[in-house]
Ligand binder design. Structure first.
Ligand code: NAD
Ligand code: IPM
Ligand code: MN
Length: 365
């Protein structure tokens, strides 16, 4: 039996609700493929602030580093929103990403045939969309110096941040994107703001130079404002999108809605070596937390990405993906993807159905 150590970081809000389900699904799919998981649950975000006063305790980062992979729920909530910057739940998540050096964030947006009617876009626009956002995750304006809030010479407060990318940071995310596109439909669109920002001018220059090494990939460039528009005008034009940290954050939330809901989108955050972090792209959804309303599928599908991208266990990953489709085929829908003619269920019931479907599958060939 193959053994893996998984560090679970449930976090806040709906995080613990979706993680407890995804954990069971991961364990079950793995066991059918002869994999044994040992889970270690650690505190992050607001939960860690309440427990020990910091959003990323050292023991949590250590447990994450020592794991084969990390499965994270979500962090954040009203309770901590007024905290100082270094004591915000969000700071803990950023410290985790930086600490594990997970610079490459893969966010696939796939419109499942079962959910075409859950999309707010017209059927003919949404149907068949299958794109991958490759988001740079450990650089850019999220981490750039200088940053802060100061008082200027007129006694007025000024907030400032810095969008900064070094050539090597651009090159390594671009390589991941070219490789990703190569394994998909061979089309890569680099999204930037090179008409205004120097960091984007360098971004475009480096990505363009690297294209010579990937002659089989068709590279195009697009300004981010146009990309935001094109995503809802004709999302099928996109295969793989590569972009910086903040544009990737925004465009992936936008792309999620094409698929029906932000509650559907998983992600994988990968480094050059060492464990990846796997998490839904959504947040802690404080407006529905504790009400058994959250869609657990984004986190369940993140567990599938953990198996595929984190552990190389593609068969077990496929079991999870198939089980999600089976639950949807039965007509079960959480509120965010509910439409006429389908059955409204809660987070737990959806999770139990996926778990049952994992069990009832014939072994994959
Ligand atoms: P959010 O993603 O938490 O919620 C946005 C909207 O989508 C809400 O109406 C919510 O109910 C809905 N939603 C999100 N996930 C859902 C799911 N699985 N099923 C059904 N509906 C779902 O974003 P927000 O409201 O802007 O942020 C809330 C908190 O989460 C903030 O503290 C924010 O910083 C944090 N956040 C954390 C992460 C993360 O942990 N990676 C990501 C985004 C936001
Ligand atoms: C995400 C979130 C985070 C981000 C926040 C909570 C720091 O929005 O994972 O998409 O901006 O990266
Ligand atoms: Mn986000």
């Amino acid at each position: 039996k193959k053994r893996y150590n998984i560090t679970l970081l449930p976090g806040d809000g709906i995080g613990p609700e979706v993680i407890s389900i995804a954990k069971n699904v991961l364990q079950q799919a793995g066991s059918l493929e002869g994999l044994e998981f040992s889970f270690k649950e650690m505190a992050v975000g607001g939960a860690a602030l309440d427990l020990v006063g910091v959003p990323l305790p050292e023991e949590t980062l250590t447990a994450a580093k020592e794991a084969d992979a990390v499965l994270l729920g979500a962090i954040g909530g009203y309770k901590w929103d007024k905290n100082e910057k270094h004591l915000k739940p969000e700071t803990g998540l950023l410290q985790l990403r930086a600490g594990l050096k997970v610079f490459a964030n893969l966010r696939p947006a796939t419109v499942l045939p079962q959910l075409v009617d859950a999309s707010t876009l017209k059927r003919e626009v949404a149907e068949g969309v299958d794109l991958m956002v490759v988001r740079e995750l450990t650089g850019g304006i999220y981490f750039g110096q200088p940053r802060g809030i100061k008082t200027n010479e007129n006694g007025e407060e000024v907030g400032f941040n810095t969008e900064v990318y070094a050539a090597h940071e651009i090159d390594r995310i671009a390589r991941v994107a070219f490789e990703t596109a190569r394994k998909r439909r061979g089309k890569l669109c680099s999204v930037d703001k090179a008409n205004v920002l120097e960091a984007s001018i360098l971004w475009r220059k480096r990505v363009t130079a690297l294209a010579a090494e990937y002659p089989d990939v068709e590279l195009s460039h697009m300004y981010v404002d146009n990309a935001a528009m094109q995503l809802v005008r004709d999302p099928k034009q996109f295969d793989t999108i590569v972009t910086n940290n903040i544009f990737g954050d925004i465009l992936s939330d936008e792309a999620s809605m094409i698929t029906g809901s932000i509650g559907m989108l998983p992600s994988a955050s990968l480094s050059d070596s060492g464990p990846g972090v796997f998490e839904p792209i959504h947040g802690s959804a404080p407006d529905i937390a504790g009400q058994d309303k959250a869609n657990p599928l984004a986190t369940i599908l993140s567990a599938a990405m953990l198996l595929k991208y984190g552990l190389g266990e593609e068969k077990a990953a496929k079991r999870i993906e198939d089980a999600v489709l089976a639950a949807l085929n039965k007509g079960l829908r959480t509120g965010d993807i509910h439409s006429a003619g389908t059955k409204l269920v809660g987070c737990k019931e959806m999770g139990e159905e996926v778990l049952k479907s994992v069990d009832s599958q014939v072994p994959a060939s």
